[in-house]
Design a protein around this ligand. Structure first.
Ligand SMILES: [Zn+2]
Length: 393
């Protein structure tokens, strides 16, 4: 193995190297083909011969095969006391769609039931622990049946969340009763980054239609979800999981109550399932190669991934990937996983951020079809990554 020398003789600061690369950029989208025709330097080792390199964003963060967002509706106390700790011990971050108008009083009159809700301190605690707290409207209004309520329900719940969790930029929404209207969807588009509907098994035109989400959903304000009900057979979710998984799509299970048998009855949410069944579902999800992340996080990833523009420059054994996004980095702040496929003569030596010069982690992903398939997580926004290559002898 031999370290191919840079034209400057050795690795210098990324900033300096980048200045040598200006003018070499060529606009690319997904597949990058370029050659860096090299010739032996006098007295030196052989330079890199023409290469084929591909750089593209992975479908999912970490290059997982599919994505999943665990969502909860209504903000009942069992979700805070029973479900969230179970997620925490597994390293899973979920999404809690809360009814903002009832959290101060700690209870919601749900038909003939009074359900206790977690409060804003507990909501902040969930957010502090990495979970997403998002909107389920102010009063849990059916916006398909009450379209005139949409403006108030969507804007005021957003304002309350921004008051209580002021560091959260860009909120998501879970439609009450999994349904909306064209008018409500149009309003939500101005206030939220994405919204969860329901009915992934419903027919198009059904009131709760959501559809099975592929890796790039068509409508970010009608994202399909699968309600998990107490009447479900224990395995009902799993064929859907397999379908989404084989398509490389996005599974959004929607839970309400999770009951450990000890919590007060009025603290348990609608259609509660047992903690044992909840664990079984999580076990099955975690047996798959799935990126499990909050709803808004996955939505951000998709939107940023699909908006990403990249340019590539090469000079000898140095590659620079310049990436940019038209999206507001204050809201769209998700790291993206880039895949870099190299010809077999090379491996990555180092990856640096331009400007700061900070080194970045990379890993080679085992792949039978492509031997040299590397993953690099790019910071959000715009930036340059400098990647030095080392040749195998
Ligand atoms: Zn609800």
């Amino acid at each position: 193995m031999n370290i191919i020398r840079l034209s400057s003789g050795s690795w210098t600061s990324p900033r300096r190297v980048f200045s040598c690369l200006k003018g070499l950029f060529a606009l690319i989208s997904c597949t990058l083909l370029f050659s860096c025709a090299g010739s032996p330097e006098p007295g030196g080792e052989a330079m890199i011969q023409p290469q084929e390199i591909r750089v593209y964003p992975a479908n999912w963060y970490g290059d997982h095969a599919a994505a999943c967002s665990i969502t909860f509706d209504d903000g009942t106390l069992d979700q805070y006391a029973v479900a969230a700790p179970e997620l925490d011990v597994r390293g899973i971050r979920g999404t809690f769609f809360v009814i903002t108008g009832y959290m101060d009083q700690g209870a919601w009159q749900d038909g003939s039931y009074i359900r206790r809700l977690f409060d804003w301190d507990q909501a902040r605690d969930l957010a502090w622990r990495g979970h997403e707290v998002a909107s389920h409207t102010v009063n849990h209004v059916d916006l398909a049946a009450n379209p005139d309520e949409a403006a108030k329900q969507l804007s005021q719940s957003r304002e309350m969340l921004r008051d209580q969790l002021p560091w959260v930029c860009g909120l998501s929404l879970g439609w009450p009763y999994w349904r909306s209207s064209d008018q409500a969807v149009a309003l939500a588009g101005d206030l939220y980054i994405a919204a969860r509907a329901g009915g992934i098994q419903a027919e198009q035109g059904d009131w709760f239609y959501g559809g099975v989400n592929g890796y790039s959903p068509r409508d970010f304000f009608r994202i399909g979800a699968r309600g998990i009900l107490s009447s479900d057979k224990k395995d009902d979710l799993f064929p859907i999981l397999e379908e989404v998984y084989s398509n490389g799509g996005w599974l959004v299970p929607n839970f309400h109550g999770v009951d450990d048998g000890r919590i007060a009855r009025d603290a348990v949410g609608w259609e509660a399932i047992s903690l044992q069944d909840f664990r079984r579902i999580l076990d099955t999800l975690q047996e798959h190669d799935i990126w499990i992340a909050p709803f808004g996080t996955v939505a951000r990833y998709i939107l940023q991934r699909d908006a990403l523009e990249m340019e590539l420059a090469s000079d000898s054994n140095l590659i620079t990937v310049r990436y940019s996004s038209p999206l507001d980095p204050a809201v769209f702040d998700q790291e993206l996983t880039l895949v870099l496929e190299l010809s077999e003569q090379f491996r990555i030596g180092q990856v640096y951020e331009s400007g700061s010069g900070k080194p970045r982690a990379f890993t080679r992903r085992p792949d039978e079809a492509v031997r040299n398939r590397y993953l690099i997580n790019a910071p959000p926004g715009d930036g340059d990554l400098h990647i030095s290559l080392i040749a195998y002898r």
